[in-house]
Design a protein. Structure first.
Length: 98
């Protein structure tokens, strides 16, 4: 066998593996507070911050405090309402006046 063919095989295999990776989508309306709290789908800190931005953006608020600890309020709410959808919880915690 030719040496270049031996080197080409693993290279092509790596390219094939990269193309075969599946994209993962998550329906945010289906995530419960329990799944959010225990990081079963993604990092809860990151998701809490994202939800804060999402809810505020949906309400037309374009200014947010990046040092805010608002996502901690979401954690406390979810501890008391583990079966609630996390998006509904975020809407309550990050309400219009907050």
């Amino acid at each position: 066998m030719k040496p270049w063919l031996i080197a080409l095989g693993p290279g092509l295999a790596l390219i094939g593996l990269q193309g075969a990776q599946a994209q993962v989508t998550i329906d945010i309306t289906k995530i419960t507070c329990h799944e959010f709290l225990y990081g079963q789908l993604t990092d809860s800190n990151t998701l809490g911050i994202w939800l804060n931005g999402y809810v505020n953006g949906a309400r037309g608020k374009t200014l947010i405090d990046p040092l805010s600890t608002g996502h901690i309020g979401l954690v406390h709410y979810c501890e008391d309402h583990s079966d609630a959808p996390v998006l509904d919880a975020a809407r309550k915690v990050f309400g219009t006046d907050k």
